[in-house]
Design a protein around this ligand. Sequence first.
Ligand code: FE2
Length: 258
Amino acid sequence: MKLQSVELRVADVAKTSEFFQKVWNLTPVDGGAKLRGTAGLPYIIGLEQGTPSIRSITFCGTAAEIGSEREHKGPDGETYRFVVEKRSAELPANRDRPIQLSHVVLNSKDADAAERFATNTLGFKISDRTRFMNFVRCNRTHHCIAYARAEVSSLHHIAFEMNDIDGVMRGIGRMRDAGFPPVWGPGRHGPGNNVFGYFIGPHGGVIEYTAEVEQVGDDYPVGTPDKWKWPQGRTDHWGVSARDDKRIHAAERAYQWA
Ligand SMILES: [Fe+2]
């Protein structure tokens, strides 16, 4: 199965949708209340009007992979939906357009409990544990969700998969031109080894362009906090960019579970 979509409530659907279309380079569906990438999934972001909050995370797959369509409520009050995949035609490949979602990171009041729920109830596999996050996967991609240790239960960020590092870098330039310079990045992560650029969108949440996330097999050795330590002053492999910790911290708490 795979990560399909995230469903959000936002203060201004029209403005948020316009941003996701014109700057973030998604394609509108249903008059813009849903947005899709170039992969053959019906949509990857769903928007409804209201107090900013996260409604659900949706996974899709074949009937054999999913079984019966269902919802699960996790220990942080989070909602996971599992639906049978409805393929739609792919859009032409374009390095400037997101393909699909790569992963979602959630702030969790008990990341170890959230991880146990994901592995025991949802059937996911643990990939890595660091001091800050537990990374789980639902297919060969290193992580579809990570649970960050926090004092709140909230949406930490949503990551969109670009074709390659060039797509991420060009996306950083496009966002900078539109008045949204990166709050972290470009860089390359430890766990998952993916290239990243992080931004705070006009909706107030953190979004990421990413590429080159590691593909793993059942023989992947589960990493421990000791394996994923950076030298003093470093937070990624490259060390070429600083993090705007204060703004990121607030934006990672703007979307709590509805
Ligand atoms: Fe990420």
